[in-house]
Unconditional design. Sequence first.
Length: 332
Amino acid sequence: MKQYLTPFLLAFGLCAVLLALLLPLLKRIKAGQEILQYVTEHSSKQGTPTMGGIAFILSTSIVALCCCGVGTKSIVVAIAVFVAYGVVGFLDDFLKIKYRHNMGLRAYQKIVVQFVIAVVVALFVYGDATIGDKLYIPFANKQIAVGKAIVPIVIFIYLACTNGVNLTDGLDGLATGSTICYLVGIFVLIFTQTKQLDLSGDTLALAQRQQMLVVIACAVGSLLAFSLFNCFPAKIFMGDVGSLALGALVACTAIFTNLSLVIPILGIAFVVSCLSVIVQVVYFKLSHGKRVFLMAPFHHHLQKKGLSETRIGALYCVATILMAALLICFGG
């Protein structure tokens, strides 16, 4: 376990230092968050420094690469994807700050770039011997091979996860806490995999899973440091640079370990955010202006109902932890 605690502590320390340096810089250049006018509860947050995700992207990537090296292609690709989606988010944040409004890249521009990255990764996954076309079936204790269908599945997962985490990033500490709980849960699931792979003698897959655990340990350490600045009331927001990168990391940790089908369960917070927006939009159009929720995503509905940001964050984290416990105990 020491091999995972060391990168965890290094990433925590590096992220804390980077945030201490980044926060005054963001204030100096007036890189503040532009708040949507219809989210009246958040008017006091106008101007809070954003793009804090830069810190945990750098700390996670640097420490992970130092600890893992570049010998395992799938791990290098996972980190590259993590950074690539962060770059997309950075461009979005940069445009918002430059033009002082809440619209950065247009929706179709973000989707096109996200799609292109996802296609490249999907083709890599299909051709990689340690990943391939296998999917683990939760609660059935078996894997199935889906052949070339893995390509559209992986593309869909990346688009869903990146936008799911992005939508969840609407309250102080919500996306950060939910992602930490998700990563801890999938860490345990992958650690269980390593025990089975060790017994089976599959050394290549074993090494790849162990290095993925190092990446996750780095991410959790970095996010814990970030949460010290991002918890209510937040001193800094992660911005789209952080939320898109975290969505990619959520996808990578599952896809690269054949655990893609646990995402809808373990990532319940992100699923609720996506589904609530889809339901709200579809119902609004079909009913000519009526709404299911007071406001979407669902966390804003809860906020309109009078729940505090801290309580909503606790509810999302507890739900994620319960799903993780369910998978660990009964997932096979």
